[in-house]
Design a protein around this ligand. Structure first.
Ligand code: ADP
Ligand code: MN
Ligand code: MN
Ligand code: MN
Length: 336
């Protein structure tokens, strides 16, 4: 009988930011289709999700994609974590987003997330000299050439693998700090963008293993005159995308202004090291929005201003944010 290798992927309970965990289950090909992948379980006492004396947590498959690394019929199985009684585990942020997404469905929300990340080898970003630092920022963003670009082989592998898995990757670019990169997911719905971002993060970390490269989602991996890493979250509703939608974009910004602190609270740990007001950020204690303004909390892209309709870019979320929490917060503030 043909066997399928199913990699079950979930978020652990680590604070302040969850990490990805995964393990492999062998299934009989005859017994499974993409929407009949069985539930499974794990030892929650090893992932900060349970006490040793009552350690079982359940894995409920919620999104199944082709496994681009193992190939063939093998699959990646993104899961929600449930308690033994079937209720969502306290760490299950996706369950909360599910509820908010269902209540805002008539707004037809779209999200596109720009995931910035930094490649590390040992204690230093990839290809940084063992003594001192590389030359100052300037030539690296979207650069080309071996003196400016570090890690492209892994980055290209990640792009191909994410596309092969069927994820909605919309682009990649090298970033301002050497060894820093970005990929974008979307625009798709809230649950989709969260699921796809976590799956694509998993693929990236997994491929990094083959190169001995660690992927850091730290918002400020190198202190000093180096850019931090964010996860700009681009957001629109149907109303914003229709003619005259710029009014809805501006109204959303006004609502977001009132809830700045609540948003910052779920936009990622250690984000205060990144949101200094320098390096293309707005200070964490301020809220500003503006057209084309990369020093604002929310940027209204130039095409949105010119077309009178489109989307907004929330520049505040940090690279280590949980997209389920960020999308739920945006939907709650803007649509409920
Ligand atoms: P930046 O100029 O900020 O670097 P990017 O090109 O990296 O922008 O990312 C833009 C993101 O906006 C992409 O993820 C894209 O999917 C997303 N996007 C485009 N149109 C919309 C829309 N109408 N609603 C939400 N997101 C959108
Ligand atoms: Mn970008
Ligand atoms: Mn960027
Ligand atoms: Mn951006």
């Amino acid at each position: 009988m043909t066997k399928i290798q199913a990699e079950y992927i979930w978020l652990d309970g680590c604070k302040p930011s969850p990490s990805l965990r995964s393990k492999t289950k062998i299934l009989d090909a005859d017994d499974v289709s993409r929407d009949s992948v069985p539930m499974w379980g794990f030892d929650g006492s090893s992932t900060e999700q349970a006490e040793g004396k009552s350690s079982d947590c359940l894995l409920k498959p919620v999104r199944v994609v082709h496994d681009p690394i193992r190939g063939d019929n093998n699959i990646l199985v993104l899961c929600e974590v449930l308690n033994p009684d079937g209720s969502p585990h306290a760490s299950n942020t996706r369950a909360k987003l599910r509820d908010v997404a269902a209540r805002t469905i008539e707004h037809e929300p779209w999200f596109g997330i720009e995931q910035e990340y930094t490649l590390f080898q040992g204690q230093k970003p990839l290809a940084w000299p063992s003594e001192g630092t590389p030359g100052p920022q300037g030539p690296y963003y979207c650069g080309v050439g071996a003196d400016k670009i570090f890690g492209r082989t892994l980055v290209e592998e990640h792009l191909s693998a994410s596309l092969e898995a069927g994820l909605t990757i919309s682009g990649i670019n090298s970033e301002v700090m050497p060894g820093q990169w970005e990929f974008q997911v979307g625009p798709v719905g809230a649950l989709e963008v969260g699921d796809e971002l976590w799956l694509s993060r998993w693929i990236l970390c997994r491929l990094g293993e083959d190169h001995g490269i660690r992927v850091s989602l730290s918002p400020k991996p190198m202190l000093g005159d180096w850019n931090g890493a964010g996860a700009h979250t681009n957001f629109s509703t149907r109303e914003m995308r229709l003619p005259g939608g710029i009014k809805a974009v501006e109204a959303a910004c006004e609502k977001l202004k009132m809830k700045h602190a609540e948003h910052i609270a779920v936009y990622g740990a250690l984000n205060e090291e990144r949101l200094t007001g320098k390096h293309e950020t707005c200070s964490i204690t301020e809220f500003r929005f503006g057209v084309s303004d990369r020093g604002a909390s929310i940027r209204i892209p130039i095409f949105t201003a010119q077309n009178g309709a489109g989307y907004l870019e929330d520049r505040r979320p940090a690279a280590n944010m949980d997209p389920y929490l960020v999308c739920a917060k945006l939907l709650t503030t803007v649509c409920l």
